[in-house]
Design a protein around this ligand. Structure first.
Ligand code: PLP
Length: 391
């Protein structure tokens, strides 16, 4: 047993604020009664305000993977072509799921250090003169690498190619932490979940649905039952769900959305950008390498750090966990044991970040990882020089 709080600095699930934990602890109510109807309407509207959409949005009692599947099976038919990208572990898993549900995936290979290149999207779509590609599916923030793909530029590339494919975007680790706008960015289906920027425990995931996507669903032939948008949207009109909803997580969602709006979404995004910059400055000062190699694609929500050759990222993470009770993110599949990931998303302030960076620096020293000391001091200077002041 250790004193103080565990530092959960993985890129999700994230630290759940006390306000959200308290909200979740209220008694479960009748999910067919008037009080629930009010809650249901509030959380759907609240979710839409965070996704920044006036269109439809549905909430699933499921992890993010469920909402990935929902985005595909509602809009597409067996054998439809989908353009997908190897941005990292999650881009790869989404493509596998797409194949598993019967889609024909064109998988653009990637180096796990950069995001989706809008020029490559344009090239593929221009070459597809017969419009056989029915959807372009992109992971906004690739959680395995700390690289963010530029959705507005990808949308612009699709428009330049005058191609009618749907744009499906995974915002699982960006929603509520990185700038995002479903309507303004012309996204057709946004996929999100609860346990990252929304500061909730795992268990909820979302689809926001453009009018074009909903229309595509009318003729889409992939088999769907639980994931079918239509019965959910119909029940949601009255504030209800077509099955037993996860009432207590919805209490939490209501509270989390209120917290995001109290701070102001743009302030939340700026806070994460600033923390990401402080983290990168620390990594650079340690003389370690940030995995993302495209400056305009640096993730505001996590930083993946390459381990010097011959050193184990997992051994280092174990030292940090053991000595300081802090969890850092592991390298996934191709990056296994090669990187560690610092999560700076969700409910995080300057001192939480400095504690995190201090724990990383102390851990590097204890694990004998070659580095230059002083990265945390560089982050302190940056945060002090850029601290927002109200007085
Ligand atoms: N997509 C991204 C970008 C993720 O980070 C994750 C999980 O971390 C997933 C999809 C899968 O979500 P889940 O594990 O909630 O099913």
């Amino acid at each position: 047993m250790t004193s103080g709080r565990h530092f959960l600095q993985i890129p999700g699930p994230t630290n759940v604020p006390d306000r959200v934990l308290n909200a979740i602890s209220f008694p479960t109510i009748d999910h067919r009664g008037p009080e629930f109807a009010r809650l249901g309407r509030e959380v759907i509207d609240g979710l839409k305000s965070v996704v920044r959409t006036e269109a439809d949005a549905v909430i699933y009692p499921a992890s993010g993977t469920g909402a990935w599947e929902a985005a595909l099976v509602n809009t597409l038919s067996p054998g439809d072509r989908v353009l997908m990208f190897e941005t990292g572990h999650f881009g790869t898993l989404w493509a596998r799921l797409a194949r598993d549900v019967g889609l024909d995936v064109t998988f653009v290979p990637g180096d796990w250090r950069s995001g989706v290149d809008p020029a490559v999207v344009e090239e593929h779509l221009r070459a597809d003169v017969g419009h056989t590609i029915k959807a372009v599916a992109v992971v906004h923030n690739e959680t395995s690498t700390g690289v963010t793909s530029r959705i507005p530029q990808i949308r612009a590339a699709m428009d330049r190619a005058q191609h009618p494919a749907l744009l499906l975007v995974d915002t699982i680790s960006s929603l509520g932490s990185a700038e995002y706008a479903h309507d303004a960015w012309g996204v057709d289906v946004t996929v999100g979940c609860s346990q990252k920027g929304l500061m909730l425990p795992p268990g909820l995931s979302f689809n926001a649905i453009s009018a074009k996507a909903r229309e595509a669903a009318e003729s889409a032939q992939l088999r769907r039952a639980y994931w079918d948008w239509e019965p959910i949207i119909a029940a949601n009109a009255g504030g209800f769900f077509p099955y037993t909803p996860p009432t207590n997580l919805l209490y939490g969602l209501r509270e989390a959305v209120a917290m995001l709006h109290e701070e102001g979404l743009d302030n939340v995004f700026a806070r994460h950008q600033r923390h990401a910059e402080a983290t990168r400055r620390a990594v650079e000062a340690w003389d370690l390498e940030v995995l993302c190699r495209v400056p305009e694609e640096h993730s505001p929500v996590l930083t993946a750090v390459l381990m010097p050759d011959g050193h184990s990222a997992d051994a280092f993470r174990n030292v940090v966990l053991d000595a300081f009770d802090m969890s850092l993110g592991a390298g996934l599949t191709k990056l296994s044991d090669r990187v560690f990931r610092i999560g700076h998303l969700g409910d995080l302030n300057d001192l939480t970040l400095l504690g995190t960076l201090g724990g990383v620096e102390a851990g590097l020293r204890m694990a004998g990882v070659p580095h230059k000391p002083g990265g945390t001091s560089v982050a302190i200077e940056y945060l002090a020089d850029t601290a927002p002041r109200t007085a």
